[in-house]
Design a binder for this molecule. Structure first.
Ligand code: ADP
Ligand code: 5GP
Length: 198
């Protein structure tokens, strides 16, 4: 059986990664989304074990010390990490794995696993990103501003990624991600016919 591939989905908070990933998952039961661990508090409607594993700082530290994370990073005051075990198990089962993580996490994984595909999801404009962050209705303006600032920093390294997708409409972004995933499963010489890889 072929081993699954890892697709790292990065991009500013609020750009719509969760929305787009949910659409991909709904249409392909073989895809696996890694549920991250975080020290941030749950937003309304977020469930432990579904959206995140919500951990205390102490517990997060224990997971770090036990080597349980494939990568971890700090994002706007909280820690986030990818549990290693489930990712490797899904790949061994031949499933493709999606990681919704920040650029620091992507860099850590790239060092360990250069074959992981890095995709940067960008907003159509910074004004639209602000609207989406505010529209989510979960945070005050100070947090929204921190996320926007962090988003601009993330955008500055997007050129180093394998693919760049603008989340203008969800339909179009999902279609582009599907095309990328399909192309990555083809032999290299066939890829260019499907997509322009940088
Ligand atoms: P992220 O996971 O990147 O932080 P979310 O998936 O939570 O972002 O999306 C942030 C907000 O933007 C949500 O309210 C979502 O419904 C909205 N959204 C996502 N994609 C689009 C889009 N293409 N156009 C308009 N709004 C969008
Ligand atoms: P949010 O608080 O909006 O859920 O997430 C904030 C940022 O943390 C997002 O850009 C998201 O992609 C990133 N993130 C979520 N989980 C992980 C993870 O396991 N590792 C890293 N490095 N970043 C993560």
């Amino acid at each position: 059986m072929r081993r699954g591939k890892t697709f790292i989905i990065c991009g500013p908070s609020g750009v719509g990664k969760g929305t787009v990933v949910a659409r991909l998952l709904a249409s392909d039961p073989a895809l696996y989304l890694s549920v991250s661990a975080t020290t941030r508090l749950p937003r309304t409607g977020e469930e432990d074990g579904v959206h995140y594993h919500f951990l205390t700082r102490e517990r997060f530290q224990e997971w770090i010390e036990a080597g349980d994370f494939l990568e971890y990073a700090q994002y706007v005051g909280n820690f986030y990490g990818t549990p290693r075990l489930y990712v490797d198990r899904a790949m061994d089962q031949g499933r493709d794995v999606l990681l919704d993580i920040d650029v620091q996490g992507a860099a850590q994984i790239h060092r360990q696993r250069p074959e992981a595909v890095r995709i940067f999801v960008a907003p159509p404009s910074w004004e639209e990103l602000e609207r989406r962050l505010i529209g989510r209705g979960t945070e005050d303006m100070e947090k929204v501003r921190s996320r926007l600032e962090r988003g601009r920093e993330e955008f500055s390294v997007a050129g180093g990624f394998d693919y760049f997708v603008i989340n203008d409409t969800v339909d179009r972004a999902v279609e582009e991600l599907r095309a990328i995933m399909l192309a990555e499963h083809c032999r290299p010489e066939e890829r260019m016919a499907l997509i322009d890889r940088k």
